[in-house]
Design a binder for this molecule. Structure first.
Ligand SMILES: Cc1ncc(COP(=O)(O)O)c(C=O)c1O
Length: 365
């Protein structure tokens, strides 16, 4: 038997353990800016909905309750400016969907899938789980005559914070449609634009209400501090969403009923998102200023939860230097061979820890 795990890359975070140990030995404690995991409270309106729905002994629907489907469609109409008839489906966070979507949509050995040059590692994992081949490229013209089954895009990007404008998204959709490829856009940072307004692939100015061959993947982990709840969803081409539902029903990929109720509350409330954005905006300014003063150059980072920074040296050297100051960052190498000189600095730390990082960076680098 050949183990499926042997087709997968090393789990990257294990490689960061030595730097983590070093950073943790700082007398002021570690400032962990390596993982984009929320640290602020779950909004009370969401906790209330979760608690109110605790008595749910029966099996939930894979398709989601009618209320949840309406809440997702309503949110996509407002936030993604998608006015057409969308298929929607809740998912158990978005990472599981990213990892299994190629398999669920029939990508098989011999097929090719395009992923961004520098990106969230799970796109590659999903392609490998399907036994297919990865092409890392940001330029579809460079892909040439290869027959591509699926294209992943991610805007705002993790890790770079780059935002793809509507014109770019239109070109990707047109390119894919000419070739019969599916476009899947991971938009989990859509609500976190700072210097650019993120555009959804489902926006009317991109797809004009025709979602054929197009899906957008969303998550409430970042927007609503719900990483612990595992709350995501996908919207777009009703035929593709129907196919996902048909397979996921058989496979038991069901969002728990209390989480479905919590998702409705999160999608119907914007107040908590405004508050959370303000927290991140303040942390972003402090970290950005401190990094620039310490000699870092910030690339892209127009949106999302990270500062994509470089000192023009190997990323592991930067990780080590930061670890000496008790600060843990993620090396660019985790996100693709083209990112070997960058580090990713997450804004997901408390105000107190962010202030500590700024103080340490100010002590000289
Ligand atoms: C680009 C991107 N997609 C998907 C995810 C997965 O998020 P979740 O599974 O919490 O929805 C993340 C998490 O960091 C991410 O950065």
């Amino acid at each position: 038997m050949s183990a499926l795990s042997s087709a997968l890359p090393d789990f990257p975070w294990d490689l960061l353990e030595p730097a983590k140990t070093r950073a943790a030995s700082h007398p002021g404690g570690i400032v962990d800016l390596s993982v984009g995991t929320p640290v602020d409270p779950v909004p009370p309106v969401v906790r209330q909905a979760l608690g109110d729905s605790a008595d749910t002994p029966g099996y939930p629907l894979t398709a989601g309750t009618a209320k949840l489907r309406a809440a997702i469609a309503g949110w996509l109409a407002r936030a993604a400016r998608a006015s057409g008839d969308l298929g929607v489906l809740p998912t158990i966070g978005s990472k599981e969907l990213v990892a299994w979507l190629p398999t669920l949509l029939g990508v098989r050995p011999g097929d090719k899938v395009v992923i961004p040059q520098v990106c969230y590692p799970t796109y590659e994992v999903g392609v490998r789980l399907a036994g297919a081949e990865v092409i890392r490229s940001d330029s579809l013209t460079a892909v040439g005559p290869e027959r591509v089954k699926l294209i992943w895009i991610n805007s705002p990007s993790n890790p770079t914070g780059r935002v793809l404008p509507a014109e770019h998204l239109r070109k990707v959709v047109a390119w894919a449609r000419e070739r019969g490829a599916i476009v899947v856009s991971d938009e989990c940072y859509l609500s976190l634009g700072w210097e650019a307004e993120p555009v959804s692939v489902l926006a009317d100015e991109v797809t004009g209400g025709d979602y054929t061959g197009v899906l957008a993947v969303h998550s409430l982990s970042k927007r609503s501090n719900l990483a612990g709840y595992r709350a995501g969803f996908v919207g777009g081409d009703p035929a593709l969403v129907g196919e996902l539902l048909a397979v996921r029903k058989h496979a038991g990929m069901i969002v728990p009923a209390p989480v479905q109720a919590a998702m409705v509350a999160a999608l119907e409330d914007e107040e908590h998102v405004t508050q959370q954005r303000a927290r991140y905006a303040a942390r972003r300014e402090i970290l950005r200023a401190a990094l620039v003063k310490a000699g870092f150059e910030i690339s892209h980072s127009e949106a999302g939860l990270y500062l994509w920074a470089t000192r023009g040296e190997d990323c592991w050297q930067t990780v080590d230097r930061l670890a000496e100051r008790g600060i843990l960052a993620a090396p660019g190498a985790f996100y693709g061979p083209a990112a070997a000189q960058h580090v990713r600095i997450a804004m997901t730390a408390t105000d107190e820890r962010v202030a500590a990082a700024a103080d340490r960076l100010a002590e000289g680098f």
